[in-house]
Every structure is written in C-alpha cells, then in structure tokens.
Write a protein that binds this ligand. Structure first.
Ligand SMILES: Cc1cc2nc3c(=O)[nH]c(=O)nc-3n(C[C@H](O)[C@H](O)[C@H](O)COP(=O)(O)O)c2cc1C
Length: 209
C-alpha cells in the first residue's frame, strides 16, 4: 500500500498566503500554551559577539509594528547583552505544521512605564519568579530555586510581590526579516521576507530550500 500524499496548504505556492499564515502562527503562539510558537528560541549576542540562545514565552505579537514582547528578569544575562548589542534572532519550529520560522531584528528592554502594565497583567505565580533573591545565573553552594524558602510552593499576594517588580523587565524584539521553510514530500518550499519601512510592507521572494 502506498502512502497518500498529504494535501498541500494554500500557502505552498503563494507568498502572500505565507505571510498571512506566519501572522496566524504568531497570534496562536500568544494565546495557545500548546502551540510551538508559544515558546520560541530567542538568540542574542554576548558582549564578546558570540551567539547565545534560550527558550522564552511569547507574550504578545504586534504584527503591524513587527514586534514581539517577552518578559524577563532585568538581572538576567540577556538584558545586559541586548542593552549593549541589539542584534537578535527568534526561531520557531512547528513539527506538526512542518514549518521553521526564523525572524531577525533588534531587541530593546524596558523596565519603566510600559513594563508596569505587563507586570500587573501577569499572574501572581508568573510574577513569583522575580522574587528570586540573587540574579539568574548566580552561583549557589547548594541546589536552589533562588526563591525565598517561605514562598516556595505558594502563591504570593500583591504585597509580597511589591519588591519583585524592580526585577521585572519587558524585552521587545522588532523584526524586519523572516525566513520561512516548509517541509513537504512534494518538494520543500522556502521564502524570505524583508520589511520595507518606506512602503510599510513586506516584500517576499522564493529561495531554494
Ligand atoms: C519552557 C520555558 C520557558 C521559559 N520562559 C522564559 C521567559 O519567558 N523569560 C525568561 O526570561 N526566561 C524564560 N525561560 C528560562 C530561559 O530559557 C533561560 O534559562 C533564562 O532566562 C536565563 O537566560 P539568560 O542567562 O540567557 O539570560 C524559560 C525556559 C523554558 C524551558
């Protein structure tokens, strides 16, 4: 018995449909905790210019502004890295959709006013991470969560979270290049998109996978 070929998606041979699909994948990543785009790999450059990566939760996508929002600890290594070298890249691999998406652009961190709204909209459990007493990556003589022992396994109240706000930062990633790769037995497809700030739109082109 031979395998039936899977039906090809409408974006298989259509650049505009690819872009629409990318927008949908990102939007789904924000709202659907099971979606691969919910936890992309986020790359930055160390002070020495070496690439470094980590998984982060995608909190918001502003497709019109070509911008993703992430939350992090302002004491973490990535904040210092992005503040000194803005180049960043974000990778999403969706196995079910047979899709790899790579975004390139620049990062910016915010600890002030815009971060306030993101802070208050986060759950108490999510905000508990920022109660860690020492910076992420600090050496510890024993295994540790970093949290004060009295809050381990508990949900903090607003008063207990007050000091943790100082450790919270928003990381914005503005992208202007997208590399799209779709895997298919019928033949892979790959396209690259660049945002034209004058025309205020994406222009895409097929490339060899
Ligand atoms: C599923 C998952 C989700 C994560 N989400 C975040 C996140 O939203 N923000 C964050 O700062 N770190 C997140 N982390 C931890 C980072 O991957 C990383 O270990 C940490 O931020 C330290 O990174 P840095 O030393 O490069 O700053 C997550 C890790 C995993 C496995």
């Amino acid at each position: 018995m031979t395998d039936m070929p899977l039906p090809l998606p409408d974006y298989y041979d259509d650049l505009n449909a690819c872009l629409d699909h990318i927008e949908t994948v990102l939007a789904d990543g924000v709202t659907n905790r099971k979606a691969p785009a919910h936890h992309p790999v986020v790359a930055s450059l160390t002070h020495d210019g070496a690439p470094t990566q980590r998984v982060m939760i995608l909190r918001e996508i502003d497709w019109q502004a070509q911008r993703m929002r992430f939350h992090t600890d302002r004491r973490s290594a990535k904040v210092g890295q992005v503040d000194s070298r803005q180049e960043m890249s974000v990778l999403i691999y969706d196995e079910a959709a047979k899709l790899q998406l790579r975004f390139e652009g620049t990062g910016r961190t915010d600890i002030a006013s815009n971060a306030d709204e993101a802070w208050t909209r986060s759950t108490a459990f999510a905000r508990r991470c920022y109660m860690a007493e020492a910076a992420p990556g600090s050496a510890s003589a024993s295994p540790t969560s970093g949290l004060p022992s009295w809050i381990e396994g508990k949900q903090p109240d607003e008063a207990q979270l007050t000091d943790a706000r100082d450790n919270f930062a928003v990381l914005y990633f503005a992208f202007d290049r997208i590399d799209w790769l779709y895997l298919a037995n019928a033949g892979h497809r790959r396209a690259q998109f660049i945002f034209d700030p004058v025309a205020q739109g994406w222009s895409g082109q097929w490339v060899v996978p």
